[in-house]
Design a protein around this ligand. Structure first.
Ligand code: NAP
Length: 472
């Protein structure tokens, strides 16, 4: 059944003649249509966000987030199926995604109750005085948030829930490829009691909506998650405002000679194929010590056979489509390029529409597109390394610096990797993508400016610290 939704200004659906049609990447059936916004709606959204209003108390923010969690809990399956329909991600993954979104709401609700102020004594030096300095965090006047397609619900919740906890009004621009989940979730938040002025959701022509939002001086913070190219474009046009940029990744999984190879193969498969390989922290390069590379490769191929690729709504499917056929064709060309340069496809590599089988590839040249750039799909390229130093040098050799995983039995090697890998996260004996929803998360180099997300850090990025002092 197809859904009709409209963008929301201050919680109210707009009327619009411009529409975008969302189709299932798997069946090409129409999943829904969205009434799009224009430049007047951008102005109306800023005006609504800036309306003078009583700040929401911490308890009210907590209650809204907690009620939203309960409402989402009751509609888990509906949201999982909606994500599967519009994104082509398999139902097993989208149920997991809804679970993560529930965690974000729970943790943001708890954070809303925490006082985050600090107290400093003024009489700690001969230059000081008998005063006390206090800090309070004040919400940003308006936060503009822009989210990508790959986790249509969780990426949105990671923007909106911290904004609610912080008490900051938000204008959200979700991906045009997966707008239905975002709009349904915004409706749910308003049902949970979120005042209209606290959230508008706009989609429309990039120049008229997304770029106007980014450039508008009324936006105090722009929080963007998406590709490096768009992130850098935003940085170049935003002007004088705070930027939170969570961009692409090219994460390595390093497998050393003392690794548990069953664990390594399992982590490589999970990291490369989960969410159809469309995670910023997916394993995008597997760097394996020469002495264990043959055995590791054999085990990874065996493991990969368990990742059935097909109809995303089928309970047995473990890898659904990528976001659209064009992306699958691009990934196919990346595989073909590597093969022309001497790589060998050991398993998978077959495309059918937007479905691309999980693919294990060996002998991949270090300078191939698959290794140097981000491939957003279920590819598992294996490269041989001489030792840990070679692995670290290769891991650090791309423009990205999001996350990484290292499989080793040695604490010394693990610590060396933690110290020398140039990226935001190092997970030992885990996939690069492991985290909990309130731990700090984010990359450096082309993967981001080092301003972290995760519920706790996101709340910080959407607030400013004010200090005041009193005689004591
Ligand atoms: P994308 O093409 O960069 O799009 C992201 C968002 O930006 C969409 O809402 C898009 O709108 C919007 N946008 C496009 N052009 C814009 C412009 N000129 N100004 C302002 N906004 C603009 O990314 P994607 O393909 O959706 O997502 C995949 C990428 O996101 C991958 O590179 C992945 O690694 C990255 N990602 C990073 C993280 C992280 O935390 N580091 C997490 C998840 C994903 P339209 O949809 O309307 O074009």
């Amino acid at each position: 059944m197809s859904t009709i939704v409209n963008c929301l200004v201050a919680g109210r659906p707009i009327s619009s003649r411009n529409q975008v049609t969302v189709r299932s990447p798997y069946s090409r059936e129409v999943v829904g249509t969205v009434g799009l916004a224009g430049r007047d709606h951008v102005d109306a959204a800023f005006a609504a966000a800036l309306q003078p209003a009583e700040p929401l108390t911490r308890f009210t923010r907590y209650e809204i987030l907690d009620r939203a969690r309960l409402l989402l809990e009751g509609r888990r399956e509906e949201f999982a199926r909606l994500i599967t329909s519009e994104a082509g991600l398999c139902i097993r993954e989208t149920r997991y995604e809804v679970g993560r979104a529930l965690d974000v709401l729970r943790l943001a609700a708890v954070e809303a109750l925490h006082d985050d102020g600090q107290i400093f004594s003024g009489d700690i030096s001969p230059q000081g005085k008998a005063r006390k300095i206090f800090t309070v965090r004040e919400p940003a006047s308006v936060v503009v948030a822009i989210s990508p397609f790959n986790h249509p619900l969780n990426q949105v919740v990671h923007k909106v829930a911290p904004a609610i906890a912080a008490g900051a009004p938000m204008i959200l621009k979700p991906s045009e490829k997966t707008p239905l989940t975002a709009l349904r979730f915004a409706e749910l938040l308003h049902q949970a009691g979120l005042p209209g002025r606290m959230l508008s959701v706009l989609l429309g022509p990039t120049g008229e909506v997304a770029e106007r939002l980014v450039q508008d001086p009324r936006a105090e913070v722009v929080s963007f998650t998406g590709s490096v190219a768009v992130g850098k474009r935003i940085a170049s046009i935003a002007g004088y405002k705070r930027l939170v940029l969570e961009l692409g990744g090219n994460d390595p999984l390093i497998v050393l000679d003392d690794a548990d190879l069953d664990l390594a193969a399992q982590l490589a498969a999970e990291g490369s194929y989960r969410n159809s390989g469309q995670r910023c922290t997916a394993v995008k390069r597997i760097l394996v010590h020469d002495s264990v590379a043959d055995e590791f490769t054999r085990r990874l191929v065996a493991k990969t056979k368990e990742y059935t690729c097909g109809d995303p709504s089928d309970e047995a499917t473990r890898v659904g489509t990528v976001i659209d056929e064009q992306s699958a064709i691009y990934l196919e060309s990346v595989i073909n390029d590597a093969v022309t340069a001497g790589a060998k496809v050991l398993y998978g590599g077959i495309r059918n529409g937007a479905l691309l089988q999980p693919t294990v590839i060996t002998n991949v040249p270090r300078d191939s597109r698959m290794i140097v750039c981000e491939s957003f799909g279920p590819l598992a390229p294996i490269l041989r390394v001489r030792d840990l130093d070679d692995a670290i040098a290769l891991a650090n050799a791309t423009a990205y610096g999001l996350s990484s995983g290292v499989v080793t039995g040695s604490l010394d090697k693990a610590l060396k990797a933690v110290k020398q890998l140039r990226c935001g996260t190092v997970n030992i004996n885990e996939v690069p993508g492991f985290r909990v929803e309130h731990s700090p998360f984010g990359g450096i180099k082309d993967s981001g400016l080092g301003v972290k997300e995760g519920v706790v850090e996101a709340i910080k990025s959407m607030t400013t610290v004010k200090t005041f002092s009193l005689p004591w």
